[in-house]
Design a protein around this ligand. Sequence first.
Ligand SMILES: Nc1ncnc2c1ncn2[C@@H]1O[C@H](COP(=O)(O)OP(=O)(O)O)[C@@H](O)[C@H]1O
Ligand SMILES: [Mg+2]
Length: 285
Amino acid sequence: MHLSADHIKSLHRYELRILQSIEYLMGRFSWVPVEEIIQNSRFSAGETQFRLSKLMEKGMVKFTQVPYPGYTLVFNGYDTLAVSHLVKKGVISALGSRIGEGKESLIYEALGTGPVILKLHRIGQRSFQTVRLGRRYLPEKGHCPWVIASHFSAEQEYLALHALERSIHVPVPLAINRNVIAMTYIAGERLSDCTLADPGYVLKNILSQVRTAYAAGYIHGDLSEYNIMYDGEKIWIIDWPQWVPPSHENASEILGHDLETISAFFRRRYKIISDIEEIMNLVTG
Ligand SMILES: Nc1ncnc2c1ncn2[C@@H]1O[C@H](COP(=O)(O)OP(=O)(O)O)[C@@H](O)[C@H]1O
Ligand SMILES: [Mg+2]
């Protein structure tokens, strides 16, 4: 089930409290027993059960009987905690519709002081759940792997955007909470979806930005026509969670792959031939 803006907007504050309790208790339980939720939230058993059933209807919480009866957050619930936090802090005042869905993220429009994008990082819940079934206590203190992985992914992207926002064209990161980043909206199209009047200039501009990012310590790691946007004036590089530093053991391979992908796109679409070795030297020189 998708996270629906309406579900977040209509969230009752008791439901938010229950989500917070489950999140907290997931530090100790893979599946949180209802008695623990009652104790932590300080609601009556009846109120707790009622709110839990609402949260399950909204696909924010999951219940299992096996290995023992208990509740856990799923991505919709975790995303909801993050988005609610951003609303409370005044980063956004309204949540719009979902405009994108990648392999490991959901993209929403929102309204802050201007148009805002929310990127909800979602790394690997399904794969982790099967592995962890049957284990009551976590092997280490803290949260389950998909929570940690998704939070980490958002943090990595935030770091890169923050470091690069003044030197190249990336969305300006406005705030981060849990697995969610709020960033400025780019009113443009992906290179994959537009026809460039001056592709030679655009390619040069991209390489110059890649060079500046490299000098600042950031190799994108997933550069392609899908992660570059053009607004008719500026060229923007988005989607940075997988960046690596030039000191990374596979740095030259990763940078080489980025440059190959871009050069292949311009060769295919615009018949511009570039010499990989030459552009590699240009970027790292
Ligand atoms: N700041 C932004 N402004 C406008 N559109 C964006 C922004 N960030 C992402 N998008 C849109 O959402 C899509 C997916 O975002 P992206 O960061 O590339 O995540 P994914 O990892 O899912 O590919 C992009 O291709 C773009 O169309
Ligand atoms: Mg992308």
